[in-house]
Design a protein around this ligand. Structure first.
Ligand code: GAR
Length: 202
C-alpha cells in the first residue's frame, strides 16, 4: 500500500512511522512527504529515509483552492493509496476530502469527541478531566469528527500543565499511529457507517 504523509512541524509521529517501517513492522511504501511549511523538521526526517519531499507553502498560492489542487495532483502522481496526516495543521477543505480517492487518517491529541480543534491538551487541563489521550480517526468533512479507529488513554495529574500532558500523550501517539496504519495495510479494518471494527487475530 502506497502511503503519503502531510506534516507541518516537528514530525515525531512521522518518525515513529518511519522507524517501524525500517524495522519491517509496517507493510507500506512511503511514496512522499508533503508540507505547507518549508522549514518543517518532518521534511528533514523524510529526506534521511530517502523519501521524496514537496512543499506547498500557502503564501505561494493565490488561494486555498489552488494550493489544495496542487497537493491533490502531487498525491495522485506519486500513486497515493493512503494519506496520513501527521501534525498537518492546515484544515483540509470539504472539496479536498471529496476529491481524494483514498482514505485519509489523522491523529489528534485528545479523546475525541472531546476537545477537537486547536490546543486540545490545554483544553483538557483547563476542563479538569482526569483522563485524556489520543485518537486515530478517518478524516471526514468536519473538524476532527471522522470515524474513530483507535484511542489510547493517559492519566491527567493535578499538577499537569498543557506541555506535561502533551508529552505524556505524544508517547502513546507514537505507538497507536503505527498500529492503526498497520491494521489498515493488513486489511484488518472494517467500516460500518460511523463504526470502525478492528479485526484482531484470535
Ligand atoms: C501531535 O501531538 C499531533 O497529535 C498533533 O500535533 C502534534 C504533531 O507532532 N496534531 C493535531 O493537533 C492535529 N489536530 P509531531 O509533528 O511531532 O508529530
Amino acid at each position: 500500500m502506497k502511503a503519503a504523509v502531510l506534516a507541518s512541524g516537528r514530525g515525531s509521529n512521522l518518525q515513529a512511522l518511519l522507524d517501524e517501517w525500517q524495522d519491517g513492522q509496517l507493510p507500506v511504501e512511503f511514496v512522499g512527504v508533503g508540507s505547507n511549511k518549508i522549514d518543517a523538521e518532518a521534511l528533514t526526517r523524510a529526506e534521511r529515509f530517502g523519501i521524496q519531499v514537496r512543499t506547498f507553502p500557502r503564501e505561494s498560492y493565490a488561494d486555498n483552492s489552488s494550493q489544495e489542487t496542487d497537493i491533490l495532483n502531487w498525491l495522485e502522481v506519486i500513486g497515493t493509496e493512503l494519506l496520513i496526516l501527521a501534525g498537518y495543521m492546515q484544515v483540509l477543505s470539504s472539496d479536498f476530502i471529496r476529491r481524494a480517492e483514498y482514505p485519509i487518517l489523522n491523529i489528534h491529541p485528545s479523546l475525541l469527541p472531546s476537545f477537537p480543534g486547536l490546543h486540545p491538551q490545554k483544553q483538557a487541563v483547563e476542563y479538569g478531566v482526569k483522563v485524556s489521550g489520543c485518537t486515530v480517526h478517518f478524516v471526514d468533512e468536519g473538524m476532527d469528527s471522522g470515524p474513530i479507529i483507535l484511542q489510547e488513554t493517559v492519566p491527567v495529574f493535578a499538577e499537569d500543565d498543557a506541555d506535561q500532558l502533551a508529552a505524556r500523550i505524544l508517547k502513546v501517539e507514537h505507538t497507536i499511529y503505527p498500529e492503526a496504519v498497520r491494521l489498515i495495510a493488513n486489511g484488518k479494518i472494517k467500516r460500518e457507517g460511523r463504526r470502525v471494527i478492528v479485526l484482531r487475530d484470535s
